[in-house]
Design a protein around this ligand. Structure first.
Ligand code: ATP
Ligand code: MG
Length: 560
């Protein structure tokens, strides 16, 4: 086996087998089939990368198909958001399709089924039908309406379509097997009455097809060769095949459903229904809140499409559900931003430093590299002056030898600038340090080539010149849930695990080059982490989101 073949995932093996057994490459066609009832989340990214990845690998078309059969929950806003997110992730669909485009065809096929005696109108309540379902080991009971005449069924189904019946009073059921060991085969519902306007077909229809009846037939209409879905549909495969058996023409391609594991991410939820709850209950500010597991939330948080694709590649496609640690996702964004994000300096918890031997009113513009990982990123000028901010955590009056930051009598280098020495400090009446007085070594300027500039001191600190500092709102995010898998507890609702401290808003002091920063721009704030400009930013007020800190917890876990 060549290496390339060995690295195939099991889904790709299924396709390879089919190619060996008679499919031609021209037969291959895939689809990504979201229901437009919410925004896409990181779990969907797996399905998107899988389906569009197959399209790229085999040069086969991939449709974007909206599975829009439930007008009660679906909206145009979601359709637009889904398209935006798939494109942003870097994929191009062949054609944009809607299950609702097939409503007439599905209806016509349903009429055929009735004529063949394979579907009937039931007018029991859903409770009555549920009571007749039986158990996996006990056969169900047949509906009293199961053996209506074809003509009566045709008449009732037409009247369902014409709007004569109220919701919940009539359904069309497939007549399969009330004793099947697969409960889904016990006369599943194909149509229900819903007097709701649909975001595309408006009020043309008041009966809507169910998922199982719609999905396989839509695949068939589009001549999708492989219909990949998540494991919870494994039991539905028998029904998918039964419905196809009723309509497939032998000289056309017959789609195949295969299943892969759903991806779950720790400390969050990946379910549109639950994400909607967070939005509606205002736990977050919206679907694209940077704390959300949505693609749009991750985008706003500062994630790049590459980092998400790399993450999805790394976790691969699995046959069993499992939980992926969110720190792996963070590892990937850190890795990508390390390559592309310009370095800047900003202080988030400021402590004033006065350099007593630096001439008052003087300013020096220091030439500084934008990205040590990327020489083509060029340089910029940052101002140095007598009054600077450093982080409060970077100064102590006294500290042991392992503290490589600034302490009284000790020296540190200011990044791209000079070596300074702390001489004294001032405290407020509560004993908090409010200012540090330092001296600097005028010959120690970074990159000046003097002996002093090459002198090694243990610590290097980031800093910002006080008179030049730009004030910005900085939003620091933490995990949205305190529990690793908030929605797996039997006795507790996932909402009970919402982290009350998932957002902290502070004021940061940033180097003046950032005055030009635009929404979406990403930076490394040196020694602090990766940050990006939030769309809430304006000319009056810069707003930054912390994408991720610099510390690599994932590598630590892996390396232990
Ligand atoms: P949700 O519960 O969030 O609504 P869903 O499966 O109902 O998820 P769909 O819009 O039907 O969402 O999903 C479109 C495609 O994405 C389906 O093929 C589905 O199997 C897949 N998908 C959804 N969630 C995940 C996930 N967590 N991991 C992998 N694939 C997923
Ligand atoms: Mg769904």
């Amino acid at each position: 086996m060549s290496e390339a073949v060995e690295s195939l995932n099991f889904i790709e093996h299924i396709v390879e087998e089919d190619l060996k057994n008679g499919y031609s490459k021209q037969d291959l066609r895939f689809r990504f089939p979201p229901e437009p009832n919410g925004y896409l989340h990181i779990g969907h990214a797996s399905s998107i990368c899988l389906n569009f990845g197959l399209g790229l690998r085999y040069n086969a078309p991939v449709n974007l198909r909206f599975d829009d059969t439930n007008p009660a929950k679906e909206e145009q806003e979601y359709v637009d958001a889904i398209k935006r997110d798939v494109e942003w992730l870097g994929f191009k669909w062949d054609t944009e399709r809607y299950a609702s485009d097939y409503f007439q065809q599905l209806y016509d096929w349903a009429v055929e089924l009735i004529k063949k005696g394979k579907a009937y109108v039931d007018e029991q309540s859903s409770e009555e039908m549920a009571a007749q379902k039986g158990t996996p080991t006990q056969a169900g009971t047949e509906s009293p309406y199961r053996n209506r005449s074809v003509d009566e069924n045709l008449d009732l189904f037409k009247r369902m379509k014409a709007g004569e019946f109220a919701e919940g009073t009539h359904v069309l059921r497939a007549k399969i097997d009330m004793a099947s060991s697969n409960m889904l085969m016990r006369d599943p519902i194909m149509y229900r009455v819903l007097h709701k306007a649909h975001h595309r077909t408006n009020t043309d229809w008041c009966i809507y097809p169910m998922y199982d009846w719609t999905h396989g037939e839509s695949d068939y209409i589009e001549q999708v060769s492989h219909s990949f879905c998540t494991l919870e549909f494994a039991m539905h495969r028998e029904l998918y095949d039964w419905f196809l058996d009723q309509v497939v023409d032998s000289n056309k391609l017959r789609p195949k459903q295969r299943e892969f594991a759903r991806r779950n991410l720790s400390h969050t939820v990946v379910s549109k229904r639950k994400l909607l709850q967070l939005v509606e209950q205002k736990v977050v500010k919206g679907w694209d809140d940077p704390r959300m597991s949505t693609i749009s939330g991750l985008r706003r948080r500062g994630y790049t499409p590459e980092s998400i694709r790399n993450f999805v590649d790394t976790i691969g496609i699995a046959k069993r559900d499992n939980l992926i640690d969110v720190s792996l996702l963070e590892f990937h964004v850190r890795e990508h931003l390390n390559k592309i994000a310009p370095r800047v300096m900003g202080v988030l918890n400021p402590l004033k430093v006065v350099i007593t031997n630096y001439p008052e009113g003087d300013v020096e513009w220091l030439d500084t590299e934008n990205n040590p990982e990327d020489a083509s990123a060029g340089t910029r000028q940052i101002p140095f002056s007598r009054e600077l901010f450093i982080e409060q955590e970077d100064f102590r009056e006294e500290a042991n030898r392992k503290f490589f930051r600034l302490k009284l009598g000790g020296e540190v280098r200011l990044k791209s600038g000079y070596i300074i020495k702390a001489e004294s400090c001032t405290k407020d009446t509560d004993g908090n340090i409010i200012e540090v007085q330092c001296t600097y070594d005028p010959k120690s300027k970074s990159g000046s080539g003097t002996e002093e500039s090459l002198r090694k001191v243990k610590g290097t600190l980031h800093w910002v010149s006080v008179p030049h500092a730009l004030k910005a709102e900085v939003r620091l995010y933490d995990r949205l849930f305190t529990d690793e898998s908030p929605d797996t507890h039997k006795d507790k609702d996932f909402m009970e695990f919402v982290n009350p401290d998932s957002l902290k808003v502070i004021t940061g002091y940033l180097e003046p080059s950032l005055s030009e920063a635009k929404a979406g721009d990403r930076y490394q704030f040196q020694r602090l982490g990766y940050f990006c400009v939030d769309p809430d930013s304006s000319d009056e007020k810069l707003v930054f989101n912390r994408t991720v800190g610099l510390r690599d917890t994932w590598a630590k876990i892996q390396g232990k």
